[in-house]
Write a protein that binds this ligand. Structure first.
Ligand code: ADP
Ligand code: MG
Length: 173
């Protein structure tokens, strides 16, 4: 049985991009908790938050995490999934957790180039680079606490995939 691989990290660190490439390389299924939530509720993340609030969104995110967790899957999670202690323990127990770690400047550049507001409603109402910096300062320790492995996500997607495969000893000879 292949354990699920959970990718965690800040918005823009590449969970979706790298997750898709890693799943392809490993012949695994790719699932994104944000997309899963949007598909099953037929609402964007921004709509869910606007209508029901962050707390309700977080509860539904935990339901999504539990629903999508299965062997042989690469699971890209929402940036705030690690805020819940339950989610951190759940991921560590059920699979292998990889933190895609990138500096604020890299994250801010990517989010400025591809804001995708529907998927990434503002967390603080502040400009992107300020928000990224504040949110990462609060969450970096939680990403590290949840993770079995920390990978440098400022590299090209292919290189990030290789580093994850090496960390997990998944690379084929
Ligand atoms: P996340 O799912 O963690 O929020 P995404 O995978 O959606 O991040 O990536 C955010 C943006 O950054 C996308 O436009 C994507 O193309 C780009 N991106 C992601 N990973 C990389 C990378 N390693 N190098 C360059 N650009 C990247
Ligand atoms: Mg994503």
């Amino acid at each position: 049985m292949t354990l699920p691989i959970f990718l965690v990290g800040a918005r823009g660190c590449g969970k979706t991009t790298v997750g898709q490439a890693l799943a392809l390389a490993q012949g695994c299924q790719f699932i994104d908790t944000d997309f899963w939530l949007q598909e099953t509720s037929q609402q964007t993340i921004a709509d869910i938050v606007a209508r029901d609030g962050w707390e309700a969104f977080r509860a539904r995110e935990t339901d999504a995490l539990k629903a999508v967790t299965a062997p042989a899957r690469v699971i890209a999670t929402g940036g705030g999934i690690i805020l819940s202690e339950y989610n951190r323990h759940f991921m560590r127990e059920k699979g292998i957790v990889v933190y895609l770690c990138a500096p604020v400047a890299v994250l801010a550049d990517r989010l400025e180039a591809f804001p995708e507001e529907g998927q990434r409603p503002t967390l603080t109402g502040k400009p992107i680079s300020e928000e990224v910096s504040e949110v990462l300062a609060l969450r970096d320790a939680l990403y590290r606490e949840a993770a079995h492995h920390v990978v440098n996500a400022a590299q090209s997607p292919d290189q990030v995939v290789s580093d994850i495969e090496a960390a997990l000893q998944l690379a084929r000879a």
